[in-house]
Design a protein around this ligand. Sequence first.
Ligand code: OGA
Ligand code: NI
Length: 331
Amino acid sequence: MEIKRVQTLAFNQLKELPPQFIRSENERPENTKALEGVNVPIISLSQPHNLLVKNITEAASKWGFFVIIDHDISPKLIQSLQGVGNEFFSLPQKEKEAYANDPSSGKFEGYGTKMTKNLEEKVEWLDYYFHLMSPSSKVNYEMWPKSPHSYREVVQEYNKEILRVTSNILELLSEGLELENKTLKSSLGGEEIELEMKINMYPPCPQPELALGVEAHTDMSALTLLVSNDVPGLQVWKEDNWVAVNYLQNALFVHIGDQLEVLSNGRYKSVLHRSLVNKERKRMSWAVFVTPPHEVVVGPLPQLVNDQNPPKFSTKTYAEYRYGKFNKIPQ
Ligand code: OGA
Ligand code: NI
């Protein structure tokens, strides 16, 4: 079956948005504007340790979202990552189609146009590329773009850096729960922890006030670490309002996902977020989802549960959680 790519639609210079992209009144950006004058937390990894634990814990509990700076990933590497992603999406359509995925038959990796079904049959204004990035023993490099040629080398280098930062964040968040600092990572599979890369490509959109790039959702991962190009669009939900996340060069946008909310028994919040699109410019983002392997059982950590704090979430394998999320079954 031929799939209509959003990039192709955008290329045809439509004046009006096709109906499947027009959101219901209560979802449209024009009716759900972000609160002005509120800024998301920015966390420097080079601040004194005690303060760092305090600040990151507070951000993870109150927002489920924070922006990381001073992470020591070189700006040049981030630029290269953006470069190879850009180059892939600039390939002729036919070349990209060679990597087409097929989620309905369980083939999630590759080039795609929609990841989840929406109850109102609305679709999102984006194309993406999705593949497993780590651990290398499980990666099928055949699923990675072969063009540009440097894709593999650059993404493998980025993977190393993201693994380092992820371990650091999970240690800090463990300490924030007064747990031994390896607890969260080992609960997510330890060295078997998985990283998935999703490159999001949002072409210019003729009527951005009516559409969404990614609709409101929480990530089913434990953590998501994202960099974007210089076009803003990400918004996070905080106390009944959308808050726009300003672009910050070389910063990592970190989302707490469902698995950390479950492990922490709700102390850390899985943040609801969405992304808007732009009339003139394409937006791109590179999201890394940090997840446990499918067979790992995730539930509220026993150390955090007692008579006063009964478990707020059920315990199940990540595979079961994932199935429920894709099929919109209450967990
Ligand atoms: C996602 C996501 C937001 C963005 O891919 O899960 O929320 O800014 N992306 O692209
Ligand atoms: Ni997300």
